[in-house]
Design a protein around this ligand. Structure first.
Ligand SMILES: CC(C)(COP(=O)(O)OP(=O)(O)OC[C@H]1O[C@@H](n2cnc3c(N)ncnc32)[C@H](O)[C@@H]1OP(=O)(O)O)[C@@H](O)C(=O)NCCC(=O)NCCS
Length: 158
């Protein structure tokens, strides 16, 4: 979990809004129980990457028809939001992104709060491809919003 001991000023992922979020907003969101930021810290103390988790809900109409058929008729389906995920530019391509994603999925699975799926909002095509390679599926008509069912995540860690 992100704490005051973590030096986040040098963090640079190549996506300025994600860097600014870590520097300015993440601590406040954590204190106010809006998002839980988790950081990957290297042995020299530098933040190599981070992600955030929050609770969310997705309108039943947004899910694929074959998913909805299997669900009870509630207007909102509970889910876990992987709000942000970023790796420092100097550390990209070393497996940290995949490691952080796996850590986020495992943490989501361990929660005692029911959640149908983990949701991500990809910031661009490249991020979308990263998540698709990790078995995330796009929502119909919202190609940048993707999900991975918790039942599938459970299988992954079985
Ligand atoms: C996307 C990001 C988190 C990936 O982190 P990373 O540490 O470089 O990724 P990894 O080294 O763990 O790579 C995991 C796999 O994804 C692939 N991958 C990494 N970045 C990718 C991208 N932008 N597009 C497609 N595939 C990508 C890698 O090739 C690797 O696959 P391989 O093992 O088969 O070669 C990182 O590039 C980043 O922070 N980018 C800027 C912010 C961003 O786009 N965040 C996404 C959330 S909106």
């Amino acid at each position: 979990m992100l704490g005051p001991q973590h030096n986040r000023n040098a963090f640079e992922s190549g996506a300025e809004p994600l860097d600014r979020y870590l520097r300015i907003q993440a601590g406040q969101d954590a204190r106010k129980n809006i998002a839980a930021p988790f950081v990957l810290v290297l042995s020299d103390g530098a933040v190599a990457g981070y992600y955030t988790l929050s609770s969310t809900a997705v309108n039943v109409g947004e899910w694929p028809a074959e998913t909805v058929r299997k669900l009870p008729r509630y207007p909102l389906i509970p889910a876990t939001l992987l709000g942000r995920l970023a790796v420092d530019r100097r550390q990209q391509g070393r497996g940290y992104g995949r490691y952080l994603l796996a850590d986020a999925l495992h943490r989501s699975l361990r929660s005692e709060i029911a959640s149908y799926a983990v949701i991500v909002d990809a910031k661009d095509e490249s991020a979308c491809r990263f998540y698709e390679r990790e078995s995330f599926l796009p929502f119909p008509d919202q190609p940048m919003k993707l999900f991975r069912p918790m039942a599938d995540i459970e299988e992954l860690f079985r």
